[in-house]
Design a protein around this ligand. Structure first.
Ligand code: ADP
Length: 249
């Protein structure tokens, strides 16, 4: 990850979206969105399929350019910056591990393409594998790991680049319920240890409410409500939020 830090003012939001919109032809995927996400926050974007969550995540990552509005990372305007030039990294639902590389080569990948020397690479890979408690699988291939282990390796690979913001797109979506609950606990623990901002996309309300400091509830490319899990659950501000969270009172 780039070492130059455009701004170190800790009063600045980690991510600011200002009037962000995205059109795909005639389709408005995201409408005039404003969000400030604070450094170290576990922030979830929750909503039904097609509500625009992934598009917002992809715009923060730099994989999609907004049609309107501005994206700031720690105060610096990155609206048109390439993904590589942003201090963010993404963990995808399908993990996107390279099947022909060993686990340690997978985890080292971002360092290899950045030309980090071997000794340092080895140290960083060992530390990253230790962080997800998988030092013992370094020599294996992805196909030899369980789903939960693959997920932790994808996390280690993203964290090794020391991003300031980690974007997670339904990272637990492919796991069965029991493993999912276990991974939720681990994810939260890892986030506390590394202390970086996590932005998490999910359509699972229970998951968002369990993990997050704040949740934004999406509907039709807009945010219906943003607040702590307790606020959105106990005081839903719209009928949509109440219905989506299954609040019955
Ligand atoms: P979510 O993540 O909440 O499921 P998305 O952000 O993936 O929602 O999608 C929001 C809307 O934008 C959907 O109607 C989807 O079909 C559309 N969309 C997303 N990506 C593209 C694309 N590359 N081209 C055309 N339409 C897209």
């Amino acid at each position: 990850m780039a070492q130059h830090s455009p701004m170190t003012d800790t009063s600045t939001a980690a991510v600011s979206l200002r009037g962000i919109g995205k059109q795909f032809g005639d389709l408005t995927a995201v409408k005039d969105l404003d969000i400030d996400i604070q450094p170290g926050e576990f922030f979830s974007m929750l909503g039904p399929s097609g509500s625009g969550k992934t598009t917002v995540l992809r715009m923060i990552a730099g994989f999609e350019e907004p049609t309107s509005g501005q994206i700031l990372l720690h105060g610096a305007d990155v609206t048109r910056a390439a993904p590589f030039d942003r201090e963010v990294n993404t963990v995808f639902q399908d993990y996107a591990l390279f099947p022909h590389l060993s686990i340690s080569e997978n985890v080292a990948y971002g360092l290899t393409v950045r030309g980090i020397d071997r000794a340092q690479k080895r140290r960083l890979v060992d530390a990253a594998l230790e962080q997800v408690r998988l030092g013992h699988v370094a020599g294996r291939r992805p196909s030899q790991l369980s789903g939960g282990q693959r997920q932790r390796i994808a996390l280690a690979r993203a964290l090794i680049l020391r991003p300031k913001v980690l974007l997670l797109d339904e990272p637990l979506g492919a796991l069965d319920k029991q493993l999912r609950e276990q991974m939720q606990i681990e994810l939260k623990q890892i986030q506390r240890e590394v202390g970086i901002t996590f932005i998490f996309v999910t359509h699972d309300q229970e998951e968002a409410l369990t993990l997050s400091d704040r949740v934004a509830v999406f509907n039709g490319g807009k945010i219906e409500q943003v607040g702590s899990p307790r606020e959105v659950y106990e005081f839903p501000q719209t009928a949509f939020v109440a219905g989506f969270l299954g609040v019955t009172n």
